[in-house]
Write a protein of this length. Structure first.
Length: 180
């Protein structure tokens, strides 16, 4: 199966139009490069995850590849500093829902506005896709992320019990309505 996937991997990108051209953005006096992610970015995505989650990998290589090559409408954006990937975020479009699948910024770059910028870019994309809402789940213990999401207009919907398999932790289900 892996050989078959690798054989068609390069061909898949030929059928997918770039949705997010590379661009440089200055945040807090520092220039970062934001660009759409592709399958060739997998090693860097996994490295960011290891740094964010203390060596753990909540998303496997195959999970990322499945998302990046999915036929479901989606966008994954990476952020680089001095050619090193320091974070990423992804969104999947399902009907009127734009679901943030993941967002991760390595610890030394957190609190610099990168996460807010990535979420704003995902929201812009969702609006272009005529979505009604932007949704996400966040660990109940991750108060900093919850605070950021609330500052950006997200509201709490419900608690999803034992949502995260590692640690059996609950998740807070959040939504930002995009109409109006």
């Amino acid at each position: 199966m892996l050989k078959k996937f690798k054989a068609i991997k390069g061909k898949l990108s030929l059928f997918r139009q770039v949705q997010y051209p590379e661009r440089e953005v200055e945040l807090g006096g520092t220039a970062y490069v934001f660009r759409e992610l592709v399958g060739d970015d997998i090693k860097e995505l996994l490295q960011v995850e290891r740094l964010v989650y203390a060596g753990e990998l909540p998303w496997t290589k195959s999970a990322f590849l499945s998302e990046l090559y999915s036929r479901v409408q989606h966008l994954y954006i990476g952020v680089l500093f001095q050619e090193r990937m320091i974070g990423f975020a992804g969104v999947r479009i399902l009907g009127g829902d734009a679901h943030v699948t993941n967002i991760a910024i390595i610890p030394e770059y957190q609190g610099k506005g990168i996460g807010s910028f990535l979420l704003a870019e995902l929201e812009r994309y969702a609006r272009r896709q005529t979505c009604d809402r932007l949704t996400l789940e966040v660990r109940l213990s991750n108060r900093d992320a919850q605070r950021l999401y609330r500052q950006l207009g997200f509201q709490s919907l419900a608690i999803k019990t034992a949502y995260y398999t590692e640690g059996n932790e609950d998740a807070l289900d959040m939504v930002k309505y995009l109409h109006g």
